[in-house]
Design a protein around this ligand. Structure first.
Ligand code: AKB
Length: 312
């Protein structure tokens, strides 16, 4: 049987690269990109594109029926920094879109769901270093609360209705094709753009704020490996911890200076510092490693070389 895939939030930082990779793998016409607004030309022109509000169940159901969709990647979300400014809008988007997709799967209108969680599910009382898969989770941000609730609902729909939903707790993601928007880890992308254009960057986090990060190629590969894994190997139906590297703003600046010696960084922490302070500095992803074979390929040095080369 032919497999048709729907990406919701296809114009975002992860959605763009996920759509292009899935189109290469399955064929352009098999992967339907959708978003609330138009985006990247390469994405819009390489295959079918639908304007879709993921909180509108009827509109979503119509697109799923029209294209005979069997798999949905729900990438639409309001990220941590923006969600602090618009709590109710964030809750509405992050939760209702998830319920809509989970309910389509419960009704057997689709077979498989991918939904992204985040390191934001953790909070100030979580062990900070090598944070375990199962641990104290008391998120204090709007975004973190929505992601933690989402994880519990994914687990519930799997246990109760046998929905095949799979998820990853993404760390901060670094990519050059599409800018992130509204996140706390966004500095780790902005810094490369500013290093090339202005040779200096003012960071909104303190120099010693260590956070888990990942290069986008690793994140996309992890997503596809998790979706390809046999259902019986997926023991975690909330979301998997996933790790690649951890660094501070001072360390990423040093890594850039080894390519651009005149680069200068200064620090003006803002409200995003308080968000970052509640997140872990490193993650234990041994469950992902043993259950579906996860291994990262990009460390900070490789990420810096790739970002500066591609953006340069
Ligand atoms: C954010 O900073 O909000 C995101 C995330 C870690 O989920 N990048």
């Amino acid at each position: 049987m032919q497999k048709y895939i729907l990406i919701i939030g296809a114009c975002g930082q992860i959605g763009t690269e996920l759509t292009l990779t899935l189109r290469q793998r399955y064929g352009n016409d098999k992967v339907i990109a959708s978003d609330i607004r138009e985006g990247n030309e390469s994405l819009m022109e390489s295959g079918p594109f639908e304007i879709l509000d993921a909180t509108d169940y009827d509109a979503l159901e119509e697109v799923v029926a029209y294209y005979e969709i069997s798999e949905v990647y729900l990438m639409a979300a309001m990220l941590s920094a923006t969600a602090e400014k618009f709590p109710m809008r964030a809750w509405n988007l992050n939760m209702n879109s998830l319920f809509n997709v989970l309910n389509l799967a419960k009704e057997k209108k689709i077979d498989k769901v991918f939904w992204p969680s985040s390191i934001a599910v953790f909070g100030a009382n979580t062990p900070d270093t090598l944070t375990p898969q199962s641990t104290i989770m008391e998120p204090s941000t709007v975004y973190g609360i929505s992601k933690q609730s989402g994880e519990r609902w994914c687990n519930y729909y799997h246990n109760k209705f046998h929905v095949d939903v799979r998820s990853i707790r993404y760390p901060g993601l670094i990519s050059w094709k599409t800018m992130p928007g509204g996140g706390t880890t966004d500095y780790a992308v902005e810094i490369y753009h500013k290093a090339l254009s202005e040779k200096k960057y003012t960071c909104f986090l303190r120099e010693d704020t260590e956070l888990p990060m990942m290069f986008m190629d690793d994140a996309i590969r992890a997503t596809l490996e998790l979706m390809d894994a046999p259902a019986e190997d997926i023991k975690v139906r909330s979301a998997y911890n996933l790790s690649a590297m951890s660094f501070t703003p001072a360390q990423i600046a040093d890594s850039i200076k080894s390519h651009i010696p005149e680069f200068e960084i200064s620090y003006e922490p803002d409200f995003r510092q308080a968000i970052a302070d509640t997140w872990p500095s490193s993650i234990d992803d041994s469950s992902a490693q043993t259950e579906w074979g996860w291994q990262p390929e990009f460390d900070l040095e490789r990420t810096t070389s790739e970002m500066l080369e591609k953006l340069g």
